[in-house]
Design a protein around this ligand. Structure first.
Ligand code: HEC
Ligand code: HEC
Length: 391
């Protein structure tokens, strides 16, 4: 039998429990996660109770794959792009790489980003002959345009091919004294001290601990997305647009071993890269005036003196000046070089034979046509692509 006092105790207990649950319910509606970027954001919460949780690699099962979309002409004609197994393309990695590419935080005094010398409007090159580093010191080579880098099959980067992967390349500029003039420990410490970067690295690579390898991986992922494949000539090859007479004639000259003879090194209609990715001496100087030994600086072989990477011919309208030392300001100067200006030296490419034996002596109208064809390789969609601009 339950006594009177016991009944009272039970009633009191019930009243207390009811009251406290009302109290908890009231406080629940006021407190919660007030950060709209959190996964458990409570729009009704007035006071933050410290319960916010965020999307991390641990709770999302890792970053979201973002495979490269291979353009149709590339699919039809050339081998697949090179994506290292240990650095797959992901949405989060590309986003991070793009931010890093445009962020001067990587440089010694916080003033220079990769994009300072690789600007989208110049096809990710620099309009200056030589780029100036943060100390005011000047490099001695023209900045290279950046596109279709995942199709550099030999994986030899720079004018002399001294770097063997995009990831390795990305480590260079930050510590180059005539470029960003920083140290990696310093660059990493700056990133680590921000409120944003540790979270972005976590989303991309599953760790908030930043290091130079991860910076290089993110930069490379972004660089691999820089694909140029929509020039007028591409659209012509796809049957979507027709060439002017001048452009068509220019292409015939480009291809003709007795006139332009350009296709040997720069490829032709079946090579949407417009480069053989190899190293040649295209007759700029004689032995006595070799200033930059190019490929020989890497191989130590005098047979490689003054050989440089064949550049692609896309987007030339945006990327002047031309050649490894930016010596030619215009395409007319380039065409004059190949037509009548070739200089003989010990390492001149045998494929320059035609030009070397008195030159191809193109007529003014042939030169104009060749130029019209080269300009039809310009891809304005590429340089204006919103995904590639500063975030
Ligand atoms: C001060 C100017 C400058 C800055 C800053 C700079 N670059 Fe460059 N970049 C150059 C020059 C000049 C070359 C060619 C150098 C050579 O061949 O020795 C080059 C070459 C490259 C290449 C080789 C492309 C190819 O087709 O072989 C890549 C990739 C590249 N840079 C990426 C970057 C990245 C990523 C950053 C930022 C971490 C960066 N650059 C910062 C001037 C710069
Ligand atoms: C023997 C191989 C070879 C042949 C043939 C050749 N080129 Fe080149 N081309 C190169 C190399 C290598 C370079 C870079 C040289 C340097 O910077 O020192 C180059 C550079 C260029 C550039 C400068 C691009 C830039 O981004 O700086 C243009 C434009 C060009 N070539 C167009 C042509 C045309 C047009 C023809 C035919 C008339 C032609 N090439 C024939 C190998 C060749």
């Amino acid at each position: 039998m339950v006594g009177f006092f016991e009944m009272k105790k039970i009633n009191l207990y019930i009243i207390l429990v009811t009251l406290s649950s009302i109290f908890i319910a009231c406080s629940k509606s006021n407190e919660g996660c007030t950060d709209p970027t959190a996964t458990n954001y409570n729009p009704d919460a007035k006071e933050d109770d410290g319960s916010c949780s965020y999307k991390t690699s641990a709770n999302t099962g890792g970053p979201t794959p973002s495979p490269i979309e291979i353009p149709q002409l590339f699919l039809q004609n050339i081998n697949p792009p090179i994506i290292p197994n240990n650095n797959p393309q992901t949405v989060e990695g590309i986003t991070l790489g793009r931010k890093l590419f445009y962020d001067p935080i990587l440089s010694g005094n916080g003033t220079q980003a990769c994009a300072s010398c690789h600007m989208p409007e110049f096809s990710f090159s620099d309009s200056a002959k030589f780029s100036t580093g943060i100390t005011g010191a000047m490099g001695d080579r023209q900045s290279m345009p950046l596109y279709n880098l995942a199709w550099n099959y030999g994986e030899k980067f720079f004018w002399d091919g001294r770097s063997n992967s995009l990831e390795a390349q990305a480590l260079g500029p930050v510590i180059n004294p005539v470029e960003m003039n920083n140290t990696w420990p310093n660059a990493v410490a700056s990133l680590q001290a921000t409120s944003t970067y540790p979270t972005l690295f976590d989303a991309a690579f599953g760790t908030t601990t930043i290091d130079s390898t991860l910076v290089a991986k993110a930069l490379s992922q972004f660089e691999r997305t820089l694909i140029s494949a929509n020039s007028k000539f591409d659209r012509f090859l796809l049957g979507q647009e027709s060439l002017t007479l001048s452009e068509a004639n220019g292409f015939a000259i480009f291809d003709d071993p007795d006139r332009g003879d350009c296709a040997h090194c720069h490829g032709t209609a079946n090579n949407p890269l417009w480069t053989d990715n190899l190293f040649h001496n295209n007759g700029l100087d004689n032995d006595a005036s070799f200033v930059d030994l190019g490929r020989a600086l890497v191989t130590g072989d005098p047979n490689d003196n003054a050989k440089f990477k064949t550049p692609s011919l896309r987007n030339l309208i945006y990327s002047a000046p031309y050649m490894h030392d930016g010596r030619f300001k215009t395409l007319d100067e380039v065409i004059d070089h190949y037509s009548t200006g070739v200089t003989i030296s010990s390492t001149i490419d045998p494929l320059m034979e035609l030009q070397a034996n008195g030159g191809s002596n193109l007529t003014p109208s042939e030169k104009a046509d060749l130029k019209a064809f080269l300009l039809a390789l310009s891809d304005s969609e590429f340089i204006n692509n919103p995904d590639f601009q500063a975030p």
